[in-house]
Design a protein around this ligand. Structure first.
Ligand SMILES: NC(=O)c1ccc[n+]([C@@H]2O[C@H](COP(=O)([O-])OP(=O)(O)OC[C@H]3O[C@@H](n4cnc5c(N)ncnc54)[C@H](O)[C@@H]3O)[C@@H](O)[C@H]2O)c1
Length: 248
């Protein structure tokens, strides 16, 4: 099956770890030129080296997706180094969980900003080149938490917001052959989850309540991201694909 990704320039935010790192490796395996964008340059460089060791092409960029200048400088550098971005994966994100009455404004803003402002700034920076090329793919990483999780008012709000953002952009840019979709993972085996103090309980509950009775792997999510980021998904836009093992 030809994903049509050879020599496409793919920008993955939060590509230095977990789901983003696996998506970067998977795009590179399809022959894409991958820009690994992360505020953690060491992580981004490690993924770049792994990709290079397997004969792929990638570059690493230290970027804070919530910073307008940092994002624009990164997109300009990617254009210089690899070419104009044709696939954007808005994946950078994190949680700051607690009940709302104990949630500080910083806990709220940092989570909402990295997810929503980050996706806004990165999308706005790459869309002009996609319009010019008459082709583009944007894949936004939501979460099953968009349905609402206790202790995650900040994260659930942002992950629901990213679905509205996805739909809005899909309506604005369908005529330009730019598709915009979201992927909503369930519980996935990344450091963000395995480092949680109650990880054991989360894993046990997931195994009991998930129709496919296991925690998801980064590869499960990367496969969905690569499909929606490829030419194979050309008549799919504004959708949210749940990668949750059937758990809602
Ligand atoms: N792991 C899960 O169970 C799960 C489930 C649903 C959704 N998600 C979502 O998937 C995405 C990736 O999660 P993960 O589990 O791989 O997490 P992770 O912590 O392994 O990776 C996230 C990456 O984002 C980077 N990042 C954070 N803030 C940034 C910023 N301001 N600018 C640039 N980079 C930044 C981090 O440095 C890190 O490398 C997130 O959006 C997360 O909300 C994860």
């Amino acid at each position: 099956m030809d994903f049509g990704l050879k020599d496409q320039v793919v920008m993955v935010t939060g590509g230095g770890s977990g789901i983003g790192a696996e998506a970067a490796r998977s795009f590179a395996a399809q022959g894409a030129k991958v820009a690994i964008v992360d505020r953690n340059l060491a992580g981004a460089n490690a993924v770049r080296e792994e990709i290079a060791a397997t004969g792929g092409l990638a570059a690493a960029y230290e970027t804070n997706v919530t910073d307008e200048v940092s994002v624009q400088e990164t997109v300009d550098a990617i254009q210089r180094d690899l070419g104009p971005v044709s696939v954007l994966v808005n994946n950078a994100g994190f949680t700051r969980d607690m009940k709302i009455v104990r949630m500080s404004l910083a806990d709220w803003s940092s989570v909402v900003d990295v997810i929503l402002k980050g996706a806004f700034l990165c999308s706005r920076a790459v869309i002009p080149a996609m319009v010019e090329a008459g082709y583009g793919r944007i894949v936004n990483i939501s979460s099953r938490a968009h349905l609402g999780n206790p202790g995650q008012a900040n994260y659930s709000s942002a992950k629901a917001g990213i679905i509205g953002f996805t739909r809005a952009l899909s309506l604005e840019y369908g005529k330009n052959n730019i598709t915009v979709n979201a992927v909503a993972p369930g519980i996935i085996n990344t450091a963000a989850v395995t480092n949680l103090p109650h990880y054991g309980k989360i894993k046990e509950a997931a195994e009991k309540t998930t129709p496919i009775p296991r925690i998801g792997e980064p590869e499960d999510v990367a496969n969905a991201i690569v499909f929606l980021g490829s030419r194979l998904s050309s008549y799919i836009t504004g959708e949210t694909l749940h990668v949750t093992g059937g758990r809602y």
